[in-house]
Design a protein around this ligand. Structure first.
Ligand code: KG4
Ligand code: ZN
Length: 353
């Protein structure tokens, strides 16, 4: 089954064609980061407008990348106009309908409905967080159900949670952040240090030149349940900067970045491994933009291996927002004929469980 998946929940316009939930035939991601950078974060109104500008081209590109290469040069030429012929290869259309920015979500939903209606194929509404979980199903020679039950650490710009995944659609949220999401903390600390946006990848890179033990930032609630609190670590960095009258020598920045990152990673790894141990679960899956963090990947792999736990981490491109992960999750909904109607609405605060 070939699913056209669309993702526009935040600042990436993405479309993908995914076969049978596992094989990525195309995954086109148009990032809007350049337009939001000067504001230090995503501006919802700009995000929605930019999605409308590029959504059609992104979808067409995904369809062409998936279906044109298999044609001969002659038929390619013939097929290019009209590319509508290529759309006939699509069996279903999936779209993120929440959580996310309502205006941004609506652009993807409208496009998905129009295509599903025109092609007379089913429409599937997908929870963005479920998409992040299913990113680990892509490009593997096994399918995710062989890994149930597992503990999934979802760490993104908007969410941080530890989820026990018992089966398709069977999620138990063990813990979540009580304040900032992990990615949000990275972005805010980067803004404080005037490093740019988004902060996660910038801090990750700078930290590689710094000493993670240089400054001992607090690790809130480390021993305490599965909930997180990251605003305390962020405040510790604010206080550290204030002690220097906010005049931090440039040479000190890599140490601050590495020490801050280490504090966040320690809490994420500690709680995830403890959840797996206490639930007697032998597999941990990482998901979301912060799962691209090199120190988190390294430390989780090492700590889990020590505890006899297997760690599954998506490739870097599949950690941050993309439509292929939506297509992966959608396949299992399609198998259960869990289809949406054409009145599918955006759900900005959609819950996972
Ligand atoms: O999953 P995602 O692309 O979008 C949301 O659903 O939020 O995650 C974006 C977040 C941003 O906060 C970004 O700073 C963070 O993921 N991020 C990283 C890295 N790459 C992206 N955080 C730490 N290290 C990274 N390498
Ligand atoms: Zn995301």
């Amino acid at each position: 089954m070939k699913i056209l998946a669309i993702e526009t929940s935040c600042d990436e316009t993405s479309a993908a064609i995914v076969k049978d939930g596992r094989e990525v035939l195309s995954n086109v991601v148009a990032s809007q980061i350049e337009f939001h950078k000067k504001y230090g974060g995503v501006v919802p109104e700009i995000a929605a407008r930019k999605h409308t500008e590029v959504i059609n081209a992104v979808i067409q590109e995904a369809v062409e990348q998936a279906f044109l290469p298999k044609c001969s040069a002659r038929s390619k030429k013939k097929l290019r106009r009209p590319p509508a012929v290529l759309f006939k290869k699509i069996d279903a259309v999936a779209v993120t309908y929440g959580p996310g920015l309502v205006g941004a979500l609506l652009v993807g939903i409208c496009a998905a409905k129009a295509i599903a209606y025109t092609l007379k194929v089913p429409l599937i509404g997908i929870n963005h967080l479920e998409g992040h979980i299913y990113a680990s199903n892509l490009g593997r020679d096994w399918s995710i159900q062989t890994r149930f039950p597992f503990i999934c650490l979802i760490v993104s710009g908007g969410h941080t949670m530890i989820v026990e995944v018992k089966g398709h659609g069977k999620y138990i949220i063990l813990g979540r952040t009580r304040d900032d999401a992990a990615g949000e903390a990275f972005d805010k600390v980067a803004r404080l240090l005037k490093l740019g946006y988004p902060g996660g990848p910038i801090i990750d890179k700078l930290a590689q030149k710094g000493n993670p033990d240089a400054i001992r930032f607090t690790r809130p609630m480390l021993e305490d349940g599965y909930d997180f609190s990251f605003s305390g670590i962020k405040t510790a960095v604010v206080n550290y900067a204030a002690k220097m009258n906010n005049k931090i020598p440039r040479g000190r920045i890599p140490d601050i970045a590495a020490s801050f990152q280490e504090a966040v990673v320690d809490v994420l790894v500690e709680k995830t491994i403890r959840a797996a141990r206490e639930k007697k679960i032998k597999t941990v899956v990482l998901a979301g933009g912060v799962a691209a963090n090199s120190r988190l990947r390294q430390k989780m792999l090492a700590r889990a291996a020590n505890a006899g736990i297997t760690t599954i981490i998506p490739s870097l491109a599949l950690c941050t927002d993309n439509a292929a992960m939506i297509g992966a999750a959608a396949y299992y909904h399609a198998k259960k004929k869990n289809f949406a109607k054409l009145d599918l609405a955006a759900a900005a605060n959609l819950k996972l469980a």
